[in-house]
Ligand binder design. Structure first.
Ligand SMILES: Cc1ncc(COP(=O)(O)O)c(C=O)c1O
Length: 362
């Protein structure tokens, strides 16, 4: 039987949300990483262009979509040698994260390793499968364990930490010795500020073999497609085949218009560049304002968040910011070690971001 799931973290923010909303000049909501900028027109056109197709889409996605994903990973992240058949579209990446241990058969008696500070759905996915969860950032913490699945997330949500090639390589070698599947959640890979994140699929990390490796990608943040639900998983062709087989039975299919939209989004590097510049600008404004008002920013070298602290209890920081009409997420949402940090998302309009800065440093 599935272990009880934790409470949905954001539900507990209701009181602080009400406080922030009561600000006379309105709330600046930096508590969730939801895009606010427009969906590029070419993507919307692509969505509409196939809206008259009545038949079922394929679970594996169109050949064009799979080829576009392979090409995008080559151009944007230097990943060569991916087989388009080993690309599998997903209905956003959250559902995949939540169901992957189940889809891989990692159930009761198996262990899923997740980062100490992590996107909450990794834990949920392990619990849904009936597996045990172990939080660890270092291999020495794992001792003689042989986990079924080990999650990586670089750049990290919530910390923005980037794992170096050596670290990734050691994890892959360690996992291969134990038959552990490494799943790397790379949804922030394109948002690099101070260091260059590397995919687990890069040959420098895996020695040119994809055995036992999966990478999870999302178009939510890179192409403003959170509302479309658009992601994909790729890597070891054997593992992708296994996941595809179950998803076909279960009807876990990306709608055909979304497949078309994804194909265009994966081809358009200019739109990605424009979006990255927007986030870079907002990051600079928020980082400076937070630092000027006494915060320290830890990690945050890439990704969509600032990991900020005043070395006090994160609940106090959330309350202090809410009184200024700024809503952020407490670090405790991401693991017990987050108790002194808050996560500040870069996803608000330029106007809201500069309002937040003014409130922080009047
Ligand atoms: C680390 C991480 N993985 C996966 C997701 C899921 O994104 P989506 O379902 O929009 O692809 C998120 C969303 O914020 C995330 O932060």
């Amino acid at each position: 039987m599935t272990a009880a799931l934790p409470d949905f973290p954001w539900d507990s923010l209701a009181e602080h949300t009400a406080t922030a909303r009561a600000h006379p000049d309105g709330i600046v909501d930096l508590s969730v990483g939801t895009p606010v900028d427009p969906v590029p027109e070419a993507i919307r056109d692509a969505l509409a262009s196939v809206s008259d197709i009545p038949g079922y889409p394929t679970t594996h996605g169109t050949p064009q979509l799979r080829a576009a994903a392979v090409d995008a990973l080559r151009r944007r992240h230097g990943i060569d040698g991916l087989d388009p058949d080993a690309v599998l579209p997903t209905i956003g990446s959250k559902e995949l994260v939540a169901w992957l241990p189940t889809l891989l058969g990692a159930g009761a008696g198996s262990t899923v390793v997740i980062p100490e500070l992590a996107y909450p759905t990794y834990e949920v996915g392990a619990l849904l499968a009936g597996a045990s969860v172990l939080r660890a950032d270092g291999l020495t913490q794992l001792g003689p364990q042989k986990p079924a699945v080990l999650w990586l997330n670089s750049p990290s949500n919530p910390t923005g930490r980037v794992l170096g090639v050596d670290h990734l390589r050691k994890v892959v070698e360690w996992a291969r010795e134990r038959g552990t599947i490494v799943v790397s959640d790379e949804c922030y890979l394109a948002l690099a500020w101070e260091s260059e994140p590397v995919s687990v699929l890069h040959p420098e990390v895996n020695g040119g073999s994809l055995d036992g490796l999966l990478a999870v990608h999302s178009l939510s943040k890179s192409a403003n497609l959170a509302s479309y639900r658009a992601g994909f998983v790729t890597g070891d062709p054997e593992l992708v085949r296994k996941v595809l087989a179950v998803r076909k039975h279960a009807g876990m299919i990306v709608p055909r218009p979304v497949q078309e939209a994804m194909t265009v989004a994966l081809t358009d590097d200019k739109a990605l560049f424009v979006q990255r510049e927007r986030y870079a600008g907002r990051r600079e404004v928020l980082r400076t304002a937070l630092q000027d008002s006494g915060f320290r920013i830890d990690h945050s070298e890439a990704g969509l968040y600032l990991w900020a602290t005043r070395d006090e209890d994160s609940a106090d920081t959330v309350g202090w910011l809410a009184e200024r009409g700024i809503l952020v997420a407490p670090g405790t949402f991401y693991g017990p070690r987050g108790g002194k940090h808050v996560r500040v998302a870069l996803t608000a309009t330029d106007e809201r971001v500069s309002t937040a800065a003014t409130r922080l440093t009047p």
